[in-house]
Design a protein around this ligand. Sequence first.
Ligand SMILES: Nc1ncnc2c1ncn2[C@@H]1O[C@H](COP(=O)(O)OP(=O)(O)OP(=O)(O)O)[C@@H](O)[C@H]1O
Ligand SMILES: [Mg+2]
Length: 284
Amino acid sequence: MSDLEQPTPDRHERFRGDHPIVVKGLKTQFGEHVVHEDLSLTVNRGEIIGVVGGSGTGKSVLMRAIIGLQTPTEGEIEVFGRSITRAEPDEQIGVRSRWGVLFQGGALFSTLTVGENVEVPLKQFYPDIDDELRREIARYKVILSGLPEDAASKYPSELSGGMKKRAGLARALALDPELLFLDEPTAGLDPIGAAKFDQLTRELKETLGLTVFLITHDLDTLYEICDRVAVLADQKVIAVGTIPELLETDHPWIDEYFNGPRGRAAQASKERAKYMDKRAQDGA
Ligand SMILES: Nc1ncnc2c1ncn2[C@@H]1O[C@H](COP(=O)(O)OP(=O)(O)OP(=O)(O)O)[C@@H](O)[C@H]1O
Ligand SMILES: [Mg+2]
């Protein structure tokens, strides 16, 4: 077979099922330390699912397990209807090109420019694309992520924290993913920067038809852009649903989280925004 006849892994088939991520009975353990035990979670296609839980409850580890970077001790994980846990590494390649990941902390290559960072996954999965087209695609993703065009030629050390997040997002979008994983994307951003990033996430989800797995501690993000929220505690997903649904569960951690002072402030700000929208619509 010539190079041109090599099948492009899975690009033609977009996932049409209802649940792009299904985790069943997951156990993750490091030595004696059990992080997850019998954890299950089903993600709906087209939603932004917020994942919350105390520090160290295993949110990032769960994300790593879903993208195949962390082998579970027990359980089954399916992404786009395919087993991640049982797939051979070369079988995973097709699936890997269909998601994008923004890791906690960004993880940009410091010796590459922003544009070159975005080119890394393109080179990896589409080595045949010529240099000029690859640069052009990378530049487009940089702009899509809300950065000025000249940011493509800057090094990560020349960017602010918020710009670094956007650069990480540009790299996560490099392969036109169907599924986007964001691990604490607004941590460390000022409230205005965080709100803008939230807005961008929501717009990208809507225009690109993404499903978003969003780990966050940011209550405003949960109220503003998440369709459902999954709560990690006691080594499991103890509840998943809309915020009003979660508030009905009566779990002490959930109650404390959403009804504590910060939770109430986020809720009040959401209600205020809704009120202002309504007034604007009513022409008041
Ligand atoms: N490679 C590893 N080896 C050993 N232990 C690990 C490893 N990765 C994570 N852990 C442990 O697993 C637990 C869960 O870690 P994880 O990073 O998923 O927490 P988290 O919920 O994302 O927390 P945070 O909100 O602070 O980011 C922690 O106790 C951590 O120390
Ligand atoms: Mg984490």
